[in-house]
Design a protein. Structure first.
Length: 141
């Protein structure tokens, strides 16, 4: 099954440790679960190149922020881009926010103008339908 997926997607599966050690940029896209909590920690950060950049747009607790801070301030990691935090919203006193090699974003990186336009149009259409006694496009229960 793995070989078929590799062939279909022109990809090669590698162990996480190998990917971390060989990648210039590591972007995290995983749901938060017991097995992914602090997936990126002192041990996994130590595998990364000192010239590597870590980007987390998945869930904050996937990255151990204390370990990330140590890696960034000791030169073991070049930089990080963080769209999510262990504590949401991040505490303004979070030391990562004070580092020049951290690029924080407001957990809205996926909210482009086009996305907002579609969301607003869908909301207005649902409102119109409900007022007219019709079924909404999507029900939230």
């Amino acid at each position: 099954q793995q070989r078929q997926a590799e062939h279909e997607h022109l990809a090669t599966y590698r162990p996480l440790e190998e990917l971390l050690a060989s990648s210039d940029v590591v972007t995290i896209h995983t749901p938060l679960s017991d097995s992914s909590r602090h997936l990126i920690n002192r041990d996994t950060l130590a595998l990364m190149k000192p010239t590597a950049v870590l980007v987390n747009t998945s869930r904050g607790p996937v990255v151990d922020e204390a370990a990330l801070y140590e890696a960034l301030t000791s030169g073991r990691l070049l930089a990080a881009g963080l769209d999510v935090w262990e504590q949401e919203p991040p505490d303004p006193s979070n030391p990562l926010l004070k580092l020049p090699n951290v690029v924080p974003t407001p957990h809205a990186a996926g909210l482009a103008f086009e996305t907002w336009t579609r969301r607003c149009a869908g909301s207005f259409e649902n409102f119109r339908r409900v007022v007219a006694g019709e079924e909404p496009l999507r029900r939230v229960v």
